[in-house]
Ligand binder design. Structure first.
Ligand SMILES: Nc1ncnc2c1ncn2[C@@H]1O[C@H](COP(=O)(O)OP(=O)(O)O)[C@@H](O)[C@H]1O
Ligand SMILES: [Mg+2]
Length: 171
């Protein structure tokens, strides 16, 4: 294999993988590339300050998974929303989680048992022992009015495979 080609392949296999998203639709596209590959049991952990695009990414992800985009809203009061379509998806927002002991009352444990794809906004508010062994994280940072940086990282073999296919598809 020539050096240029092997460099290109290495560049497509970064973990963590950092990309620039220059518009809302690019963030939705990244979500779509993840969403169309999701299988039940997969966990996506989203992090980033308010307005960095976590819910926007979830919207793209839901569309990629075959759900209508309008079903996605910020689960402000409920903490967990279920979307059932081609796959069962649980959209969790931990923004209002003040005390990790309250997690027992949310029912989150039932969603993490492998029957759902679980997408967690504000996943960094989750105590470490709640995170599964294998998950994909996306950390979004505000870098301009319409620009966001996404740092996508795989923890575990299953999410690493997912990350590699997304990288190849993103181009
Ligand atoms: N590149 C981008 N990616 C995502 N959202 C963007 C981008 N540029 C501008 N925006 C805007 O930023 C806001 C992101 O909101 P939202 O997805 O609800 O963020 P969060 O869930 O992180 O609080 C939306 O109003 C969206 O239109
Ligand atoms: Mg949100």
């Amino acid at each position: 294999m020539n050096k240029r080609l092997s460099d290109q392949m290495a560049c497509k296999r970064k973990n963590p993988w950092t990309i620039q998203l220059t518009s809302r639709s690019q963030t939705e596209r990244l979500g779509g590339l993840i969403g169309c590959r999701l299988q039940k049991g997969e966990i996506i952990a989203l992090m980033g300050e308010l307005g960095t695009g976590k819910t926007t990414l979830v919207r793209g992800l839901a569309v990629g998974a075959g759900l209508p985009s309008h079903v996605v809203s910020s689960p402000t009061f409920t903490c967990i929303q279920e979307y059932v379509g081609p796959i069962a998806l649980a959209h969790v927002d931990l923004y209002r989680l003040d005390d990790p002991r309250d997690l027992d009352d949310t029912g989150l444990a039932d969603y993490l048992n492998g029957r759902f794809v679980v997408i967690l906004e504000w996943a960094d508010r989750l105590p470490a022992d709640w995170l599964p062994n294998d998950y994909l994280s996306v950390h979004l940072t505000h870098t301009g009015r319409y620009r966001r940086r996404a740092r996508v990282q795989a923890f575990g073999t299953r999410s690493r495979d997912l990350l590699h296919t997304i990288q190849s598809a993103f181009g």
